[in-house]
Structure formats: C-alpha cells, structure tokens
Ligand binder design. Structure first.
Ligand SMILES: [Zn+2]
Length: 208
C-alpha cells in the first residue's frame, strides 16, 4: 500500500522525496550514482558494466536484494534497457538472466535478475534462453577468496539444448571477479554458442 501511494505521486523510488527525473530516480539520487559504461573482456566474452559499484549503488542493490524492495526492479530495468538499446546489445538470439539456485530463490522470495528483465523482454527481439539452470548450491561469492570463488562455481550451471550459431546476452546485477559470467559462458560455449556477451548494472572495476 505504501508503495502504491508513493508510485502514484511520481516520486523518486530511492529517496521517495523528489520528483522523478530518469530511471524512476530523482536528479539528486542519479547524481550520486557513478555512470562509467565500462567495456572489458572476460575470457572471450565481451562484458559491459553501466555503473561503478560505489556506496550509493551498494545501497540500491542491497535494498533490492536483501530488503526486498522489489519496486527497484523497475529502476534497474530502465537502466539496462536504455544501455542495451544504445549499445545494440539486444541484437542477439537469447537473453539469459543470471540464474539463482532454488535455495536462494526460496530464501529471497523472488528471482531478482529475471524480475528486472521481465520488465522489457517483450520490448526487445530476443527471447529468454529457457532451461538454463543453476543446479548446485554454491556459497555466497563475496565470502570467498578469488581461487575459492572460481572453484565454488565449477559445475554449478546446466543447459539441455544445442546453441549452434546462437548468440546470447547474459544479464547480471554485479560483476566482481567475473567468475560467474566465465562459468555461465563456459556452459554456453560447450553447447556450441557462437557468441556470448554480458551486461551488468554495476561492477567493482573502474576503467574510466
Ligand atoms: Zn531521489
């Protein structure tokens, strides 16, 4: 009910004070975000991160994922949609929202990346890549060191179809070490995918 009231007033989804300027956020909140539009390679995957993972972005992501402020899915959807359009990332065959395991889904109560992509999947050409699953329960990546992170994800994902000549765009919230994207990309390439790209809302790496 509270959500409904403030949405109705057209106020910023983050501070809930000022009028919306862009991405359902006010000018003041937008200014605190660090737009970097970074492009980098993770093995043979070309990856994009829209914002630097600064304090404000940390708050935004945590509010969404851990406080379950699901109205923020719309904010992230708007950011990804705009960026993907401008950088022509949606001219691919499939979109793959980075999957969560069953345990995480049950605990969180919603599929946090798919909830974002659901907002714009009907407005773009590619469909979802179905049946890509996270099959094993892994430890939270941020609690592990680099070597453990890579090992933690080995064999974590599975897909039961052939992707010959297909191109896939992986969508995720944060790219840190890139291990998740690397491991998903490996499974896609094993299924003969021609090209894999990745787009994340934010990254800890700052290239510009
Ligand atoms: Zn605001």
């Amino acid at each position: 009910m509270i959500d409904f009231l403030f949405l109705d007033k057209n106020t910023c989804y983050l501070c809930k004070e000022n009028p919306i300027s862009h991405h359902f956020l006010c000018k003041k909140c937008l200014k605190k975000l660090d737009y970097v539009a970074n492009k980098f390679d993770i093995n043979d995957i070309s990856a994009h991160a829209i914002y630097y993972y600064n304090e404000e972005m940390k708050k935004l992501v945590a509010d969404y994922k851990f406080n379950r402020n699901t109205s923020l899915a719309k904010v992230f959807a708007s950011m990804i949609f705009d960026y993907g359009k401008v950088n022509d990332l949606f001219s691919c065959d499939y979109i793959l929202p980075s999957p969560s395991s069953k345990k995480v889904l049950n605990k969180r109560g919603f599929d946090h990346i798919k909830m974002i992509t659901d907002y714009f999947i009907d407005q773009i050409e590619p469909n979802y890549l179905e049946n890509f699953r996270k099959i094993s329960e892994t430890k939270a990546q941020h609690k592990l060191n680099n070597e453990e992170r890579s090992y933690n994800l080995k064999g974590a994902f599975s897909l039961d179809c052939d992707l010959k000549d297909k191109s896939i765009l992986i969508i995720d919230d944060i790219i840190t070490t890139g291990n998740t994207v690397k491991e998903i990309g490996k499974v896609l390439k094993e299924k003969n995918a021609r090209e894999v790209k990745a787009l994340a809302i934010t990254s800890e790496h700052r290239l510009s």
